[in-house]
Design a binder for this molecule. Structure first.
Ligand SMILES: *[C@@H]1O[C@H](CO)[C@@H](O)[C@H](O)[C@H]1NC(C)=O
Ligand SMILES: *[C@@H]1O[C@H](CO)[C@@H](O)[C@H](O)[C@H]1NC(C)=O
Ligand SMILES: *[C@@H]1O[C@H](CO)[C@@H](O)[C@H](O)[C@H]1NC(C)=O
Ligand SMILES: *[C@@H]1O[C@H](CO)[C@@H](O)[C@H](O)[C@H]1NC(C)=O
Length: 454
């Protein structure tokens, strides 16, 4: 019975009993949703009360897994980028609650959203270090409301793109202040612009939530910080400029907030440090954009990797079988790297199919979602690095005018909603059975459980 050598025999027995109960319930066809609620270990372990197990604590990382309350945390999640802006106006605030409510009804437990809006309509940061308190209260509402629905947030701190201001807005501010700037990529190297950005980091991380009185940097509702949405630095294909920026900013975030996890916000392209991995890139241009999946994620302070998947913008606008093949190899390659070369969890932080893609049909979209979900469940079952995915993007009803083609409205996509709920239940089950120091794989082997069950 030496399946997990590092466990005390009592813990072994407990794990075995929990597992057996789970397996019996599952085999009898009781929905995974219910049985996770039943918490079959109640009364078995006198050391941990139910309160402790369900306590709302920080997400941590151990090796290539996320951990919450000592248990693995494999999750199903989503993006809704506009929450802060909607929450900052009473007339649209209800949509925030609505999307959280719908998300939690299908077990989605992590949401990635923007904690920036620089110099635009309903800006959070109106000009460098000048903040709109009403918009900040909107973000406070998002954080406080997420907790009510047991949803954790990945908060992104700036955009690469001009939407919501981003890198171009920082450069414009710099020019307005008389700096001699020639490229948007000066964002990554100019001392003044770096200071502007650091001030924003400090402002957000030190914010005291006006609804909960909890300082953001102490709030377990926040899963992680993200340095930037989809950074690219095409002016320096060597990758050195972006690498130096990541090093400086990761250290800065950690100096203010050592508790929360941090990720960069990368799309996942392989760069010059790993020429042998370039074959997995969607195109040859991808090595030229100044990013480097492996090297960037080796920076001190970066806790987990992020990858985006857009076959339609990277391979071809028209849907073909090549899209599906790309999804499969892109997922596998990054899970493998996360396990073998960078030793951290990887989150597929954006993926989706647009109804505007030529050749689109909903069964193809379902196939793509199924591919992502199946791959991650298989990784989780082995205690692997594939930690979660965040679909792009979840919308409540009545926000269609904002839809870029990728939006999922659960009430309008029943087959997809069912698939999302099933994936959530599977990941929740795996997480609840599998504590980080005893891998699911070894228990499963031991019991000879039919792998088709999961
Ligand atoms: C980031 O911005 C640059 C321009 O500064 C642009 O070339 C690049 O395409 C943007 N990123 C992405 C993901 O497209
Ligand atoms: C601005 O910088 C460029 C080089 O980046 C330089 O060629 C130019 O002379 C500078 N202009 C001024 C007004 O300093
Ligand atoms: C937050 O602090 C204020 C001032 O101390 C207090 O009046 C308020 O009740 C607190 N709110 C919560 C939710 O704890
Ligand atoms: C949906 O699109 C895919 C990919 O183009 C195609 O292979 C499939 O036959 C289509 N299915 C239907 C039902 O139209």
């Amino acid at each position: 019975m030496a399946w997990c050598d590092n466990m005390a025999s009592l813990t072994k027995l407990k794990g075995f009993i929990i597992f057996l109960l789970m397996a019996i319930l599952l085999l009898h066809g009781i929905s995974a949703d219910n049985q996770c609620g039943i918490a079959p270990d109640d009364g078995i372990d006198a050391g941990l009360s139910e309160l402790d197990e369900n306590a709302w604590t920080m997400v941590e990382r151990k090796g290539s897994q996320f951990i919450v309350n000592g248990k693995s945390f494999y999750f199903n999640g989503f993006n809704t980028y506009w929450l802060m802006v909607f929450a900052s106006d009473q007339s649209t605030r209800g949509k925030v609650t609505e999307v959280f409510k719908q998300a939690s009804s299908v077990g989605l437990s992590v949401c990635r959203t923007w904690a920036f809006n620089d110099g635009q309509y309903r800006a959070l940061q109106k000009s460098p270090s000048v903040y709109d308190e009403e918009v900040f209260k909107g973000l406070d509402f998002v954080v406080s409301e997420a907790k009510k629905y047991n949803i954790r947030l990945i908060l992104s701190l700036v955009n690469n793109w001009s939407d919501y201001g981003g890198k171009p807005q920082y450069v414009k501010w710099g020019k307005d202040a008389g700096l001699n700037l020639s490229s948007e990529d000066d964002f990554f190297s100019d001392a003044t612009l770096k200071t502007y950005y650091k001030n924003h980091i400090k402002m957000v991380l030190s914010r005291v939530n006006t609804f909960t009185n909890v300082t953001y940097k102490d709030d377990p509702t926040i899963f992680a910080w993200e340095l930037m949405n989809e950074p690219r630095c095409t002016s320096d294909p060597s990758g050195d400029k972006l690498q130096a920026w990541i090093q400086e900013m990761a250290a800065y975030v950690k100096s203010i907030d050592p508790k929360h996890l941090l990720e960069i916000g990368m799309e996942g392209f392989y760069g010059t440090s790993t020429p042998e991995r370039a074959q997995f890139n969607p195109n040859t241009y991808a090595t030229q954009v100044g990013t480097d999946f492996v090297r960037n994620h080796q920076v001190l302070g970066v806790d987990f990797a992020s990858v985006h998947i857009y076959a339609d913008s990277w391979i071809s606008p028209t849907i073909t079988d090549a899209h599906l093949q790309f999804y499969q190899s892109w997922l596998q390659a990054h899970i493998e790297d996360a396990e073998k070369s960078i030793g951290m969890p990887v989150v597929f932080a954006e993926f989706g199919v647009s109804v505007k893609d030529p050749g689109y049909n909903s069964s193809f979209r379902d196939t793509i979602y199924n591919t992502v979900y199946k791959t991650l469940v298989n990784s989780a079952k082995k205690g692997g690095s594939g930690a979660g995915s965040l679909l792009w993007q979840l919308f409540p009803e009545g926000t269609d005018y904002m839809d870029d083609g990728y939006a999922i409205v659960l009430t309008k996509s029943q087959s997809l909603a069912d698939m999302i709920a099933l994936n959530s239940a599977r990941l929740e089950l795996i997480s609840s059975i599998c504590s980080w120091n005893c891998r699911w794989g070894c228990k499963k082997r031991l019991l000879g459980l039919d792998p088709a069950v999961l």
